[in-house]
Design a protein around this ligand. Structure first.
Ligand SMILES: [Ca+2]
Ligand SMILES: [Ca+2]
Ligand SMILES: [Ca+2]
Ligand SMILES: [Zn+2]
Length: 450
């Protein structure tokens, strides 16, 4: 009953903010709209069953899991990012740059693999339960028709008739029109929200098709499955790819996506969306009586909202509402929930089973598709940029059209992105060929020196 009461309140607040978006001048942010959305889905779908069913099923699966000897496979999740805009130039407004997408992917992988640079912010009392979830996110290489993507993992979608989108427009218009097969991709929509204070929301995993669960096929909607993030909250200004992205203060480290993908993999808010008696179904997260919305002072101990246990609030958890800078961990029990979902839940388990299909292809083609020269034609400032997962030694040669080598350099690519200045300032005007040699293949591109 308690859950239901909260549901109504949340829905009311959400509806109010949405309908009065033009008056929403306050800086108060709705960190996440997942629970109101989820409750709405569930009410439609299960009518009388509500949240209990998912949690009962999940508890059973986690218990079963404890008796299996689970070798910890690294689960790979192919991602497509739908960049939704109304006709902005590439890299401007809502048509966010590829680098901004990359910055978000870096953060997602750091946070889920616990290679984030701020693990030192995890208090020692929680350090032993902080988890490497062994879940990895990779930008899709192939689109739904098996074609190589020009920009790995990115689908740019223009609707010139809409500058911004409401949640109901996203659910009923945008998602069904743009979703890529949710059995193969984690769909992430990056959208200018009409309510600029809403950061994002996710669709929870469902158990439809599993034994013992009744579903209503009329309201179970695979075509809305995924994560939606307001573009002002997508990406990070604190990774190796750059710092100039247009991101909202306090939410500029990519943790909105970490939080929402946590929901997509079955995590609840750490305070269980209720008082001290209401749990997030993870034993290793301390009881919490409320969220820590807007907390920006990360010194520990901080709030202790439930004093009946020996712990202070774990406001560093990605599933709290803390500012990005204070977030730095998932726990072992949260990891168990997410892996249980990936192993059992419809569409989630297909996504990891199908990962090879949309991630692997001819690697020299990947190289060709992810390498660009710019500006081209260029003066003395042309650069070579390689955006992909391939790593290792790279030999770059610049030749004239007869194949005579004019410049040669060797470097090592360690990260997703590599950017090199091409030393063409001393070459006369003309047409040149830039050759890139990697273990995985070679490519050549023509470069015009102005
Ligand atoms: Ca609680
Ligand atoms: Ca807990
Ligand atoms: Ca406590
Ligand atoms: Zn949330």
């Amino acid at each position: 009953m308690k859950i239901f009461a909260i549901t109504l309140t949340s829905l009311f607040v959400c509806g109010l903010l949405t309908s009065q978006a033009s008056f929403a001048q306050t800086s108060k942010k709705d960190r996440c709209a997942t629970m109101p959305m989820y409750e709405k889905h569930l009410q439609l779908k299960w009518r009388t069953k509500k949240l209990g069913s998912f949690e009962d099923w999940m508890a059973r699966k986690i218990r079963e899991r404890q008796f299996q000897r689970t070798t910890e496979t690294i689960y790979e999740i192919p991602v497509v990012v739908h960049v939704v805009h109304s006709g902005d130039e590439l890299g401007r407004g809502s048509n966010i740059s590829y680098e901004q997408v990359l910055s978000q992917m870096i953060v997602l992988n750091q946070d889920f693999r616990r290679t984030n640079p701020d693990t030192t912010g995890t208090p020692s009392v929680f350090a032993s339960i902080a988890a490497d979830t062994k879940i990895l996110f990779k930008l899709a290489v192939l689109d739904t028709t098996g074609q190589l993507l020009k920009e790995q993992g990115v689908h740019r979608y223009v609707d010139a008739s809409r500058e911004t989108w409401s949640m109901s427009e996203i659910e009923t218009v945008l998602k069904p029109a743009t979703i890529w097969d949710p059995n193969k991709y984690l769909n992430i929509w990056v959208v200018p929200f009409s309510n600029s204070n809403t950061l994002g929301y996710a669709q929870f995993p469902e158990q439809s098709g599993l034994q013992g669960i009744t579903i209503d096929p009329n309201t179970d909607k695979p075509e809305t499955d995924g994560v939606v993030i307001n573009n002002k909250f997508f990406g990070s200004n604190f990774t190796s790819v750059g710092a100039g992205f247009s991101l909202a203060a306090n939410f500029d480290r990519g943790r909105t996506a970490t939080h929402e993908v946590g929901h997509w993999l079955g995590l609840r808010h750490i305070w269980g969306d209720g008082g001290c008696g209401q749990d997030d179904f993870c034993d290793d997260t301390p009881a919490a009586g409320r969220d820590n919305d807007g907390l920006g002072d990360c010194s520990f101990p901080g709030p202790n909202s439930c004093t009946g246990d020996p712990f202070d609030d774990m406001f560093q958890n990605y599933m709290d509402y803390t500012n990005d800078i204070c977030m730095n961990l998932f726990t072992n029990d949260q990891k168990a929930r997410m892996r249980t979902v990936l192993e059992n839940s419809p569409r989630r388990k297909e996504v990891i089973a199908n990962a090879n299909v949309v991630l692997s292809t001819n690697q020299s083609q990947v190289l060709a598709n992810t390498t660009r020269l710019f500006p081209n034609p260029g003066g003395s400032n042309s650069q070579l940029q390689i955006n992909n997962e391939l790593q290792g030694k790279i030999i770059v040669t610049i030749t004239d059209l007869r194949g005579v080598i004019l410049q040669k350099s060797t470097t090592t690519k360690l990260n997703t992105q590599l950017q090199l200045d091409l030393p063409i300032q001393n070459l006369p005007k003309g047409v040149y060929v830039v050759n890139v040699q990697m273990k995985q293949g070679n490519i050549s591109k023509r470069l015009i020196k102005k």
